[in-house]
Design a protein around this ligand. Structure first.
Ligand code: FPP
Length: 249
């Protein structure tokens, strides 16, 4: 069944409401280039990126996406100039403070994945915990923020946690590793979106995206929004997902 669905009312935006991806993950790339192209400091690109992000949250809510995960700060981002790192940390804290109530009122559950106990300022950890606690009963959309996140670090941390739990080598399997990831409840992403014409995964959700559909677009993140999200989902709906099996198998 193809039906017009969602906020972007345009016949070309027909989406199948029965095949909305349950979990969408985004690499929000291109903020710096967006700003530089306008003669602005890179940090202005991040500010514009917030607007794009909340457009995506709005559309995800309307379409009934259950899980939305975004890459807000990677374990590699510490290598950026000190001022930009400081800006990103303060900016994330500021977004949490400004947006948590509205997200809570809309039934959004906020969660975090990443290395908490390494380099992240204590104040930001406190804000993360407050946002998690405030929204923990919500079920409409789980909005996961990957902060100080690296896919390899997550797998290393899962293995450390397995060993610390005394797991014998012959009991280590995929299910057990998955149970020791940062958020064991998080389903694997159905669709991963990366903006800005970079065709890489960049250490994002390495374990979880084994069978995810990947969507790359030239659009820079601050120019991404509801319409672009609908386009990505439409593209996803045209794909055939086999998870390693064959047709009819
Ligand atoms: C990549 O663009 C973007 C980031 C490193 C940060 C994006 C963060 C946000 C929009 C805020 C999210 C915060 C919360 C709390 C959800 P880039 O700087 O790598 O751009 P470039 O590739 O053009 O240099």
């Amino acid at each position: 069944m193809a039906a017009r669905f969602g906020a972007v009312a345009d016949a070309s935006d027909a989406l199948d409401p029965t095949r909305i991806p349950r979990h969408i993950a985004c690499v929000m790339d291109g903020n710096g280039r967006w700003a530089q192209a306008r003669g602005l400091p890179r940090t202005e690109g991040h500010r514009a990126g917030e607007h794009a992000l909340f457009e995506v949250v709005d559309e995800a809510l309307e379409l009934g996406v259950e899980w939305l995960t975004v890459y807000a700060f990677s374990t590699e981002n510490w290598r950026r100039p000190r001022d930009e790192v400081r800006f990103l940390i303060d900016f994330n804290e500021d977004i949490l403070l400004r947006r948590r109530d509205e997200l809570n009122e809309r039934g959004v559950r906020i969660r975090f994945v990443g290395r908490r106990n390494w380099r992240v300022p204590r104040r930001l950890i406190r804000r993360m915990d407050e946002a998690t606690e405030l929204t923990r009963r919500n079920r409409r959309l789980t909005f996961t923020i990957a902060f100080n996140y690296g896919g390899r670090a997550e797998i290393v941390d899962a293995v450390r946690s397995l060993i610390a739990a005394g797991t014998p080598a012959d009991k280590v399997d995929e299910r057990r590793i998955a149970r020791h990831l940062y958020d064991p409840e998080m389903p694997d992403p159905d669709l991963v979106i990366r903006t800005s014409g970079e065709y890489r995964i960049s250490n994002f959700l390495l374990w979880q995206l084994a069978y995810s559909e990947l969507y790359f677009t030239e659009v820079l993140w601050p120019d991404f929004g509801r319409r672009e999200l609908v386009a990505a989902i439409r593209d996803y709906q045209q794909r055939e997902r086999r998870f390693g099996a064959v047709d009819g198998g």
